[in-house]
Design a binder for this molecule. Structure first.
Ligand SMILES: [Fe+2]
Length: 234
């Protein structure tokens, strides 16, 4: 099957942020990516779909535009929520503004299992949703680890792919790494079922292999004027 992926569009009305990001170009870039992925079986954005414009009305407008684009795709298309999405929206408000854009925790398709654990938690176990947080503080609480353990132990789960906004790969810049990444990597490896972990968040991107699992961090779509997306045959 074919999997279309992109990450960190940071779509907003702002022309330039953090010197190198071009958030206002991302709606066009996403449109181009979705068109190029028309023969895929599944399309996923790995979070930071939008950026906070500093105005709640404007934020709802840009998220609505992004959601309409996702829903216009003939291929099922979903987006995880990243730290930037949580700056502008609680999880509930995001889902209300962009209905059916966030994926269910588990998808089973073409004999494969796709898992979407939520790493938008502080190390004290509090969700980012509706709470103050520091983007460098991300964590998989026991409920999320349990979800991974239980789903991986299910006999229905065979070849598995895991998707996260924040990073399990210990080789990316340290502030981007989930605080208990080592425990999560061990859990995934011990199942013997996980092929690849796809991540966003670390904008330059990176690739690694640990204990037989590939860790692919996609480069961010919002950086510069050129587009970045990828199609994987899995
Ligand atoms: Fe991020």
């Amino acid at each position: 099957m074919k999997l279309g992926l992109f990450t960190d569009p940071h779509y907003s009305s702002l022309k330039v942020t953090c010197v190198t990001r071009r958030p206002s170009l991302s709606l066009g870039k996403m449109r181009e990516a979705l068109a190029a992925m028309a023969d895929c079986d599944l399309i996923l954005c790995l979070g930071d779909l939008i950026d906070d414009c500093g105005d709640p009305v404007k934020n709802r407008e840009i998220l609505t535009q992004a959601a309409e684009l996702f829903r216009s795709s003939p291929v099922p298309a979903y987006s995880l929520m990243g730290n930037h999405d949580y700056h502008a929206f609680t999880r509930e408000a995001f889902q209300e503004t962009a209905p059916s854009v966030t994926p269910p925790p588990v998808l089973r398709l073409c004999g494969k299992t796709f898992l979407f654990p939520d790493s938008a938690y502080r190390a004290d176990g509090i969700s980012y949703s509706g709470n103050p947080f520091d983007w460098t503080d991300s964590f998989l609480p026991e409920t999320e680890l349990d979800f991974l353990r239980t789903t991986l132990a299910d006999p229905e789960t065979a070849e598995t792919f895991v998707f996260l906004h924040q990073n399990l790969d210990p080789a990316v810049e340290m502030h981007h790494i989930i605080k208990n990444a080592a425990a999560a990597r061990e859990l995934l490896a011990s199942s013997g079922k996980v092929k690849t972990v796809f991540q966003g968040h670390y904008h330059p991107g990176h690739e690694n292999e640990i204990d037989g699992i590939r860790y692919i961090t996609l480069p961010a779509m919002c950086e510069g004027e050129e587009n970045r997306y990828a199609v994987y045959e899995i």
